[in-house]
Design a protein around this ligand. Structure first.
Ligand SMILES: [Zn+2]
Length: 415
């Protein structure tokens, strides 16, 4: 066991420690020149300085692990601010039905869609779900994710929602895996065989109290779309959740504009995600209310839809995060792939993309042990070492991980 880890001869380092996360980051104030070193003790960065000086101060002491980065670039640990990590089953055959023109509803009527995942997840044992989650989180870590928001929502009954959150809690406390930010999303859909009113009663009267008593979920999330949970339903669930001590998140305007942005602003939720069809006035209200927008470009990539309108986002300086939305229809756990979509298809600058999955993502997906999404003295030692002298390479390898190593809570993990 090493007392300290010394990372020496770093290449350019994107640290975000002096950037205003709600503004476009300033390059000069955000990227350190080459030649820095980092000293890590336990799970913290205790010192950043000139590599040669740190080497002469610490390098001769025993019990230190010294790693020469040889000019490789460094970026913060990536934060996946929206995922549905845990579910069981396999709906791969649905891709053929979608290409034949079948809608989300048609596929549901054919026995596919979310209800198929719900059935498999209800039947899965805790051990099986844990194993699936473990494999997925190892994959995410390989792609540089050090922290992930994870929603329940494939149980849609109290017993299975509690089971999912229990597995999320176990996975999140495994020090070899990315840490997790648990969210209850019982309002993901209405289960088959139950009418909408009865499920609303079950959510408010039974599921929410049980989730609060279990004490694992930090936030509640609602699928606020016409045909799923209306504005009124969403407001009822969110207000009750807030009264019970939960933070709030929303899924809005994925299929059409339906007022979700206005409700997100009114309730000052932490983040309102998807938000592809949100009108400008609602975006501006969200910005004024301090509500982040979470863009999930893996979903339009997988479903063949259009990308978010980034011109409007840039013109009005709308703060946003980027995440994978990992789910049965969008099975990517790679934030570098999401970054590639934004940079190589949507023409967004790599520094802005990186901020959206690090320093800004930390605002909606905080770490329980301290500051993350940045590289600074006193902050958590969560960072990625690129297999390149250029930090920009993080978004240029969509097919495989751009990282040679990840530091996770102070532990150096060579890939
Ligand atoms: Zn989602």
């Amino acid at each position: 066991m090493f007392v300290r880890t010394l990372l020496l001869n770093c290449g350019p380092m994107v640290h975000f420690s002096s950037a205003d996360a709600l503004s476009p980051p300033n390059y000069e104030n955000t990227v350190s020149p080459i030649g820095k070193g980092i000293i890590i003790e336990k799970d913290r960065i205790i010192k950043i300085g000139e590599s040669s000086e740190l080497e002469s101060e610490y390098g001769t002491q025993s019990g230190h692990r010294i790693i020469d980065l040889n000019g490789r670039a460094i970026i913060p640990g990536l934060i996946d601010a929206h995922s549905h990590l845990l579910w069981s089953g396999d709906r791969s055959q649905e891709v053929r039905w979608r290409l034949e023109g079948k809608s989300y509803r048609d596929i549901g009527a054919m026995g596919g869609g979310i209800q198929s995942t719900v059935n498999s997840t209800r039947q899965a044992s805790t051990e099986h779900l844990h194993q699936e989650g473990y494999i997925r989180l190892r994959e995410a870590l390989r792609s540089g994710t050090t922290h992930m928001e994870v929603k329940s929502g494939y149980g849609l009954d109290t017993e299975t929602e509690l089971k999912l959150l229990d597995v999320i809690s176990r996975l999140g406390s495994d020090g070899d895996l990315p840490s997790l930010d648990p969210t209850w999303m019982g309002a993901h859909d209405v289960p088959h065989g139950m009418n909408h009113g009865d499920y609303m009663d079950a959510l408010m009267g039974e599921q929410l109290p049980a989730i609060v008593e279990q004490g694992i979920a930090r936030s509640a999330d609602v699928f606020c779309e016409p045909g799923w949970f209306s504005l009124e339903n969403s407001e009822d669930i969110l207000r009750a959740s807030r009264s019970s001590g939960l933070e709030l998140r929303m899924h809005i305007d994925e299929f059409e504009s339906s007022g979700g942005g206005a409700l997100a602003a009114e309730l000052k939720v932490q983040t309102a995600d998807h938000a592809y069809h949100t009108p400008l006035d609602e975006r501006l209200n969200m910005k004024d209310a301090g509500v982040l927008t979470g863009f999930l470009p893996g979903t339009p990539y997988a479903m063949g839809d259009t990308w978010p309108n980034m011109d409007q986002i840039h013109t009005h300086n709308i703060p946003y995060t980027l995440a994978t939305d990992f789910n049965p229809n969008c099975q990517t756990l790679s934030l570098p792939f999401i970054a590639s979509l934004m940079v190589q298809r949507c023409k967004v600058q790599p520094l802005e993309v990186l901020a959206a999955m690090t320093v800004t993502a930390a605002q909606s997906t905080p770490h329980p042990n301290g500051e993350h999404g940045i590289i600074k003295e006193g902050g958590l030692a969560n960072l990625n070492i690129l297999d390149s002298p250029h930090w920009e390479s993080f978004c240029l390898k969509p097919s495989h991980s751009p990282f040679s190593a990840t530091v996770l809570n102070g532990s150096f993990i060579a890939h």
